[in-house]
Design a protein around this ligand. Structure first.
Ligand code: TEU
Ligand code: CA
Length: 564
């Protein structure tokens, strides 16, 4: 496999609005990020992904861009952005930005010009279509609810949006538009960006006939992703994109790809694939409800383990995926994947270990490194997220009470990941001197960076050990390129795997169950690399190795170097 500069890196996602506010307006900003670069460096971070910081009306928190060449004034200025780039470079860190090119904001000048002249050149930057028998051209439901087609005022036309109506989809069939997007991408790469996380990118290919689809709910609509699943030809668009931009800069690209056909994985991330990598969302998809969040199933441990293992085994034949526990669209992983009895520092370290040492590029989401958890939501008005508001209505329409709808959203809301970063036990968790734009999780007095800095056994210090281990001279090779081999799959509650290459064999073993478990060791132990067990020093290995049995208590995790 050809080696690439990003293969052995650790990435970190910043959600700028909630990271750190330095001017008291309650909104995180670029200066806040700059001031924490040393913190991130110490965490072992090489690549920083910034969720959108472009000019935006923030209908969908910056994923609705009104000017691709401007920094949102809420976050700062272009000078400050350049400063961030320079400061990151000084520390040998890479910045990647979010690339949102399936759609833009309805306030973008292209869309404004399209509205002003619905038959003109700019209308063709979007999908403007005549209505069918006085109604929408097709029956697709947008991701945030309602029909994907919105009337163009003063005409009998509609425009297409897969997300909010303020996020009109861009017409990728239009070569003039494509070139404008490529120019923009190259402009940022010329500035010194190392690449992009690419938003909702599989959605760029539309079935231009927009055929009606069989309704999948009582609203008579079919989820628009069903069109995405059926349509052919996204690959040509993605190749055109890559050839005209990323490829010329050896840029790192991570695609947000849902609904890909499994057999197309090699085209996406294989040799000369469309992207450097894509996120592994297989575990997240386990909680996808049939109709919405209200029928979203809980994730059982075995399902979680099996889905991670399945994708590891598939992906390693082809390339690299990006491994996550959570992101800005998902509930906190600790609250989602860990059973109640494991939702504490020990369990958090266990989950971190099995995730970070997988084959692939680890992405840590802000706050994950201190074990941030879902917030307690006491009223629906506390939510900001457009998706949550829609899902609240969806639950109500399905017959749930206010209280039940609140509980459903509390569990799944994207705002769980968006509450301000917990820096300290000071007021507002040290995030702002003003009023935070979204409420702070009440548990900030127990879970915050400052206290964890001082505690050698904290989750934060454990994450530091994990990234240090992963990137150490000695083990970097095996953690980056070593094969992933499942282990002890038939033992209840155990998630364990080997990472193996010609030189080394490492065992990562965790006990997600409530009962202590004994695993027969098939190899000598050469080194105890890491554990979340409270042992004073490594020589106390007898405490968990008894007569060639590895004894793991509930929520224990160990990383061992074994003989070959
Ligand atoms: O997400 C795309 C996407 O598919 C998700 O919106 C997903 O459908 C949703 O979270 C289901 O719960 C990206 C961004 O990550 C997200 O924040 C944006 O809202 C969305 O694109 C639109 O740009
Ligand atoms: Ca601010």
């Amino acid at each position: 496999m050809e080696r690439k500069w990003w293969h052995d890196k650790v990435a970190y996602q910043i959600y700028p609005k909630s990271f750190l506010d330095t001017n008291g307006d309650g909104i995180g900003d670029l200066r806040g990020i700059i001031s924490k670069l040393d913190y991130l460096k110490k965490l072992g971070v090489d690549i920083i992904w910034l969720s959108p910081i472009y000019k935006s009306p923030f209908v969908d928190q910056g994923y609705d861009i009104s000017d691709y060449y401007a920094i949102a004034s809420e976050f700062g200025t272009m000078e400050e952005f350049d400063m961030l780039l320079a400061e990151a470079k000084k520390r040998d860190m890479h910045i990647i930005m979010d690339l949102v090119i399936n759609h833009c904001s309805d306030k973008h000048e292209w869309f404004q010009k399209a509205l002003a002249d619905p038959d003109g050149e700019y209308a063709d930057y979007f999908y403007f279509r005549e209505g069918k028998d006085g109604r929408e051209p097709s029956n697709y439901r947008s991701y945030f609810g309602g029909n994907c087609w919105e009337p163009v005022p003063g005409t009998n036309k509609y425009y297409f949006h897969m997300f909010a109506k303020e996020q009109p989809d861009l017409n990728w069939e239009n070569p003039v538009l494509r070139q404008k997007l490529y120019d923009m991408i190259n402009w940022w790469l010329e500035k010194g960006l190392s690449g992009f996380r690419i938003d909702a990118i599989i959605n760029i290919k539309k079935d231009l006939a927009f055929p009606d689809l069989t309704p999948d709910d009582t609203d008579g609509l079919a989820g628009c992703y069903r069109m995405v699943e059926r349509v052919e030809g996204v690959g040509e668009l993605l190749e055109d994109l890559k050839r005209n931009t990323f490829e010329k800069y050896d840029a790192f690209t991570v695609g947000e790809v849902f609904n890909m056909r499994p057999e197309e994985l090699p085209q996406f991330i294989g040799k000369d694939g469309h992207f450097s990598t894509i996120f592994d969302f297989s575990a997240h998809c386990l909680s996808m409800g049939e109709h919405g969040w209200y029928d979203s199933p809980d994730i059982e441990f075995e399902q979680y383990r099996d889905s991670v293992f399945r994708s590891q085994l598939t992906v390693q034949k082809v390339g690299f995926e990006a491994n996550i526990i959570e992101n800005h669209d998902e509930p906190r992983g600790v609250s989602r994947y860990l059973p109640d009895y494991a939702q504490n520092a020990k369990g958090t370290k266990m989950l971190a270990t099995v995730n970070i040492l997988l084959r692939g590029i680890p992405f840590i989401y802000q706050g994950q490194e201190i074990g941030m958890q879902n917030a307690v939501w006491t009223d629906q008005t506390e939510f900001d997220d457009i998706n949550t508001k829609d899902q609240y209505d969806v639950a109500k329409q399905a017959g749930f009470s206010d209280e039940e709808a609140l509980a459903i959203c509390s569990k799944m809301s994207r705002d769980n990941a968006r509450t301000p970063m917990q820096w300290s036990s000071d007021v507002n968790a040290g995030f702002t001197d003003g009023t935070p734009w979204l409420k702070v999780n009440e548990n900030y007095r127990e879970i915050n960076v400052r206290e964890q800095e001082e505690d050698e056994n904290s989750v934060l210090n454990y994450y530091r050990k994990l990234t240090t281990l992963r990137k150490s001279e000695e083990y970097k090779e095996v953690f980056t390129y070593g094969e992933f081999v499942p282990a002890y799959e038939t033992v209840d509650g155990i998630m364990a795997y080997y990472r193996v290459d010609d030189e080394k064999r490492v065992l990562v073993a965790a006990n997600f169950g409530t009962q202590s478990a004994s695993l027969p060791l098939n190899y000598e132990i050469n080194n105890i690399m890491l554990t979340n067990k409270n042992i004073a020093d490594k020589n106390e290995s007898e405490s968990f190795v008894k007569e060639k049995q590895l004894v793991l208590d509930s929520c224990d995790v160990v990383v061992l170097e074994l003989g070959r």
